[in-house]
Design a protein around this ligand. Structure first.
Ligand code: ADP
Ligand code: MG
Length: 278
């Protein structure tokens, strides 16, 4: 039951992506530009205050009038600091919304319907190339590709999943590490694992990482959408996604996919029917 709820929550992201992404980006654009202008005004005010303070430093303290001016100046100074903080927070907020919109856009683009037989090793190669510039400073990538049959899948969607997992793996590595991408074939399934030598995932947050918007990363680094989108896309393929993780050692995500695609339940149904007749 819990699982159903989780699935519904994730499916709703797809609908959100199609309709709302564009609507959000416009207002965010002008809020962001207004804040930038306000920030410039504040800088000019700053210059003015600096000038006033210079003048005041030359005035003897017994001149009451000047003291009053100084008091006011200091008050303005405090307001200025508050305003700067407010603007900074607002700009971070708009940045975060921008990141979310970008993630949602990629997701809605990946929402196409075609399922075709594709070479998953090739797909992984391409995805690794795409993220290479982003991860090369952090990690060496080791490929352990097995011989795979072609898999009936939506390549754009799988690309998206692999990309999310690779970026997460790289971001989990502090300074220098290794990412191992392995594939294998077993009966009517193939599996893809992406392992990193990163920080690992603490036990107490493991049940939350597939939730939409759950992130432990700072603004500009993460939206918390990557894994929930990936989960949704793998479910659409009738596949599975699991993880093993050890704190300080690293994390391995493993994806399994049915070779014959989402509409093929032959093997599993066969097993069930057999069990029932016994
Ligand atoms: P985001 O990357 O935007 O934070 P994700 O949905 O991709 O969102 O991941 C959610 C959270 O799961 C991350 O913030 C991080 O805490 C954790 N996580 C995901 N992948 C890894 C990994 N390979 N190693 C360590 N933590 C990870
Ligand atoms: Mg991510």
């Amino acid at each position: 039951q819990l699982h159903m709820l989780q699935n519904e929550k994730m499916a709703s992201i797809g609908q959100l992506a199609a309709g709302v992404a564009h609507e959000i980006n416009n207002p965010i654009g002008f809020v962001s530009s207004n804040l930038t202008t306000l920030n410039k005004y504040l800088s000019r005010m700053n210059e003015f205050i600096d000038l006033q303070e210079e003048k005041l430093s030359d005035v003897a303290p017994e001149h009451l009038e000047e003291l009053e001016l100084k008091r006011k100046t200091l008050k303005i100074d405090r307001i200025r600091k508050d305003a700067e903080q407010l603007i900074k927070e607002s700009l971070e907020g708009t940045e975060r919304v921008r990141d979310i919109v970008t993630d949602l856009k990629t997701f809605s683009r990946a929402d196409a319907k075609e399922y075709l037989f594709a070479d998953i090793n090739e797909c992984l190669d391409r995805t690794i190339n795409i993220v290479w510039n982003e991860i090369k400073y952090k990690a060496t990538v080791k490929k352990e590709f097995g011989v795979l049959p072609k898999v009936k899948c939506n390549l754009q969607q799988l690309n998206q999943v692999f990309l999310n997992l690779l970026v997460n793996a790289a971001q989990a590595i502090d300074t220098q590490g290794e990412i191992t991408v392995a594939t294998s074939h077993n009966g009517d399934q193939i599996s893809v694992s992406i392992a990193d030598t990163g920080v690992g995932i603490p036990e107490e947050i493991r049940h939350r990482i597939f939730e939409p918007f759950f992130t432990t990363k700072e603004v500009g680094k993460g939206t918390g959408l990557g894994l929930s989108i990936s989960y949704d896309l793998i479910k659409k393929h009738n596949g599975g996604i699991t993880l093993e993780s050890e704190l300080g050692r690293g994390t391995r995500f493993t994806i399994t996919l049915p070779v014959l695609g989402k509409d093929h339940h032959g093997e599993e149904e066969g097993v069930q029917r057999e069990t029932l007749t016994h």
